[in-house]
Design a protein around this ligand. Structure first.
Ligand SMILES: C[S@@+](CC[C@H](N)C(=O)[O-])C[C@H]1O[C@@H](n2cnc3c(N)ncnc32)[C@H](O)[C@@H]1O
Length: 335
């Protein structure tokens, strides 16, 4: 998972039957699992899930020995059997330091011959990573359970600059603790990631998405159609919303950060105006979850008396997103 999302992934795992001992490390959660793999395919905050097969060997060459090769082939067969419904693995690739080494080339040739999978070094669907075991002697093979990363959502048929990573969107929605009774607004929705992720997990009583850009709304519409979900779309300025006071209970947004979208200069006016308008349309006790890389500006805005009077800053979490270290904030609407 993206660094920073470990607690969200661990919480998602703990909610699954058959998961034991989830342990978070940097950018990963290791766990034991005894359950149907389809449950793992449905995880939303992770980039990918791997089966880990440990080998007590001093170097990868030993994997070519009969006993280890048999275990590795059995693990590959299990991953192929467990492919998500409607998907299959036709090829594989290796991910390891020294990928071009003669030993790894021999391993690739052997696996291709024994499994019938085509070896495609760049695009192979079954990703097999080899690395030194992090906590003990030996090596481990990591086999990705799905042909595509889980974070590459199938519904995404339209992309826009500054598009939100779907795993980060899922974490934001978890932070907002959205319930079926909520009325949720995804302000500045862009390609619609937050609204669509929510519609797919738990459609709230009302689900609105707004953006000033007609192109962004068209993109959201295409993605929503591909996801098979329905959203109420508004072409509207998030600083002057066509919504009554206290008409929503949750607002989620990743406003422009001033690099891929918008400018730092415009953000100085946008951020305080948005927080005040979001406060107007949010009922007391409601939540605002916002992701931004404008860290100093956001701190300044939160400290403004008019904003402090309306929003209580409950929690903030730093995440890794597209080479940046933005923060997620959970704010609660004061009465
Ligand atoms: C970072 S993008 C959002 C990305 C989106 N979450 C996604 O996954 O594609 C910011 C969006 O805010 C929109 N925007 C900027 N200023 C706005 C405003 N005042 N009111 C509404 N939308 C605005 C932009 O058109 C852009 O689509």
């Amino acid at each position: 998972m993206l660094p920073g999302l470990e607690p969200f992934a661990a919480a998602e795992l703990r909610a699954l039957r058959g998961v034991r001992e989830p342990r978070a490390a940097a950018g990963a959660v290791r766990f034991a699992f005894a359950g149907p793999w389809a449950a793992l395919h449905a995880l939303r905050t992770v980039v990918a899930v791997y089966a880990v097969v440990p080998f007590a060997v001093p170097r990868p060459k030993a994997l070519l020995g009969h006993e280890h090769l048999t275990r590795l082939l059995a693990a590959i067969a299990a991953v192929r059997r467990g492919a998500p419904a409607g998907e299959r693995f036709a090829s594989f690739r290796l991910g390891a330091a020294g990928e071009g080494s003669s030993v790894l080339m021999r391993l690739a040739e052997t696996l291709a011959r024994e499994t019938g999978l085509a070896f495609e070094p760049e695009t192979g669907e079954l990703l097999l990573r080899l690395r030194r075991a992090p906590h003990q002697e030996g090596w481990e093979a990591l086999l990705r359970l799905t042909p595509r990363p889980l974070s590459a959502r199938r519904w995404r048929v339209c992309n826009l600059p500054g598009g939100l990573n779907a795993g980060v969107a899922a974490a934001m929605l978890a932070l907002a603790e959205v319930r079926a009774s909520d009325r949720l607004l995804n302000a500045m929705c862009g390609s619609g990631t937050l609204a669509i992720e929510q519609a797919l997990t738990l459609p709230p009583a009302r689900l609105l998405a707004c953006d000033t850009s007609a192109a962004a709304l068209a993109c959201t519409r295409d993605n929503a159609r591909a996801a098979g979900v329905t959203l109420e779309l508004l072409q509207a300025d998030a600083t002057a919303l066509p919504l009554p006071d206290a008409s929503v209970s949750v607002v989620v947004a990743d406003p422009p950060w001033g690099d891929a979208v918008g400018t730092h200069g415009r953000n100085r006016a946008l951020y305080p105006a948005f927080l005040l308008e979001a406060a107007r349309v949010t009922a007391p006790g409601g939540r605002l979850v916002i992701l931004t890389h404008e860290l100093r500006l956001f701190d300044e805005v939160l400290a403004q008396p008019a904003v402090r009077a309306r929003w209580d800053s409950v929690r903030s979490v730093q995440v890794f997103h597209g080479g940046h270290r933005p923060r997620l904030w959970l704010l609660r609407r004061l009465a």
